[in-house]
Ligand binder design. Structure first.
Ligand code: NBP
Length: 493
């Protein structure tokens, strides 16, 4: 048997694995390939991999024996049990210091568990977010590695070579400990849900409020893609608007069933935001908007029973101005979504005790991935200027941007409400913004209600405290004159 020749090993020859191997080979690495169904190895070697620095293995033992030490092994298999199964199969053939990287869409608690488990075996585990789909894997994905940091110096060359580049910088940096890489990928996907829903709302408004054709809407997206909204998702939306069904020359989009699917990463983000008590409203709304879309049968029946009652369903006003306002509404809502996403990651870092590198996160999303955009360059700059920025909206750039966008954004949300066109994400973004910038919210009443019916206690505003109701004390009031003075234990929900 020949000695170790492989710089990098990859298990999983489906769409992502094959393309990532070809990418690594193009970047000068010798890659060893393996797959559960071994016939796929031979097929790959005889076709796509032919003539490239790619060698195959027909057993895990052969695979491991062909890799130089410390072994760098990436799994690109279906997330879940297959990852654990492959780890167990690999373990007897590995040596201390070897590295296993899971590049699938694993849920971050699994990655934290695997990092800890493999640490006890002397194996360095990395969970890496990989974004960009087939095209990204082949020509440069966004890579978000986290886990056992000792592995980073050994995988940095491969990862940064194969990753997408933005202004010459690789869209790949070390994210943080344990499940941090997969966490950041999860939030990336949540933000992707939000970006997509916002674009859908803009399309719906142009179609129904302004009565525009798909070609006209495509032209607007073409223009937007040259400004602050310049991004991959706007670009593909433009192409979708122009795409006609060749059987009758009509826009294919209008024939697609309006019932959205989901694979769960947006839901994971929303659930985690609730777990951490973080107001990530836009991602949550975008997940719920997909849920509402998917009850198509019930919506069809509701459309017959529930009528629009209002002044007019027809837009009246300056169409050009409204389109300019719509661009600003989309931009402002997007800023809110990213501000919320970074708030969530900041809180997760605190909760899970990770060191998160915020400027690098924005940089990693700048190229290669689905949410890539010009906008992420501004976020990178904001966090590079001040890595401890409390909130994205406090940076000079975004502070100015959100103030400039506000009048148009308000106009769009109010007009669409009057016209009866749903804008769950535009609206929640504006509502969140107004809540976030409000010093005194009506939660004082909420606290009073909780104390009234459940003796849950409240605290006084420091400036209003007095001898009877002192500051920084849990107070219960006998609101009715009946009942006792016993308070319920306080808790944070
Ligand atoms: P799939 O998610 O379709 O997985 C196919 C691979 O998993 C094959 O190698 C298959 O082996 C293996 N596999 C399965 Br299925 N069940 C297995 C089991 N029980 N034990 C061992 N191996 C098993 O491939 P993919 O679309 O290339 O995605 C790979 C990973 O990357 C996934 O976690 C995915 O979520 C993630 N991801 C995908 C994309 C994308 O755009 N597709 C983007 C970013 C991340 P077999 O050939 O023997 O059946």
């Amino acid at each position: 048997m020949s000695g170790p020749v492989g710089d990098f090993g990859l298990i999983g020859l489906a769409v992502m694995g094959q393309n990532l191997i070809l990418n690594a080979a193009d970047n000068g690495f010798t890659v060893v390939a393996f797959n559960r169904t071994v016939s796929k190895v031979d097929h790959f070697l005889e076709n796509e991999a032919k003539g490239k620095s790619i060698v195959g293995a027909h057993s895990i033992e052969e695979f491991c024996s062909k890799l130089k030490s410390p072994r760098r092994i990436m799994l690109l298999v279906m997330a879940g049990k297959p990852v654990d199964d492959f780890i167990e199969t690999l373990l007897p053939h590995l040596e201390k210091g070897d590295i296993i990287i899971d590049g699938g869409n694993s849920h971050f608690p699994d990655t934290t568990r695997r990092t800890k488990y493999l640490d006890t075996k002397g194996i360095r585990f990395v969970g890496s977010g990989v974004s960009g789909g087939e095209e990204g894997a082949r020509y440069g994905p966004s890579l978000m590695p986290g886990g056992n940091e000792e592995a980073w110096p050994f995988i940095k060359d491969v990862f940064q070579s194969i990753a997408a580049k933005s202004d010459g910088e690789p869209c790949c940096e070390w994210v943080g400990d344990e499940g941090a890489g997969h966490y950041v990928k999860m939030v990336h996907n949540g933000i992707e849900y939000g970006d997509m829903q916002l674009i859908c709302e803009a399309y719906d408004i142009m179609k129904r409020a302004l009565g525009m054709s798909n070609k006209e809407i495509g032209d607007v997206f073409t223009t937007w893609n040259k400004g602050v909204l310049d991004s991959f998702l706007i670009e593909i939306t433009r192409d979708i608007m122009y795409f006609n069904d060749e059987t009758d020359g009509q826009p294919l989009l209008e024939k697609i069933l309006d019932s959205a699917g989901q694979k769960g990463t947006g839901k994971w983000t929303a659930i985690n935001a609730l777990d951490l008590g973080m107001p990530v409203t836009l991602i949550a709304e975008s997940v719920l908007a997909r849920c509402l879309s998917s009850i198509k049968g019930e919506r069809t029946r509701a459309s017959e029973k529930l009528q629009f009652v209002g002044r007019s369903t027809k837009f009246e006003g300056n169409k050009e101005q409204f389109l300019a306002d719509l661009e600003q509404a989309l931009y402002a809502s997007k800023i809110i979504s990213y501000a919320q996403g970074f708030m969530l990651m900041q809180e997760a870092a605190k909760e899970y005790k990770w060191k998160l590198n915020k400027p690098s996160i924005a940089l990693m999303w700048r190229g290669g991935c689905i949410i890539r955009s010009v906008f992420l360059k501004d976020i990178t700059d904001a966090y590079r200027t001040n890595p401890d920025l409390e909130n994205l909206l406090f940076s000079d750039f975004f502070n100015k941007a959100i103030h400039t966008a506000q009048p148009g954004w308000r106009d769009v949300v109010s007009k669409t409400a009057l016209l009866g066109i749903p804008t769950p994400c535009f609206s929640t973004a504006l509502s969140w913004f107004d809540g976030y910038r409000t010093k005194d919210l009506p939660a004082n009443l909420l606290q009073a209600q909780r104390d009234y019916f459940g003796a849950h206690t409240f605290k006084m505003k420091p400036e209003a405290a007095n001898e009877k109701y002192p500051a920084d004390t849990n107070i219960h009031v006998n609101w009715t004159g009946r009942g006792g003075n016993v308070s319920a234990s306080t808790y944070q929900a």
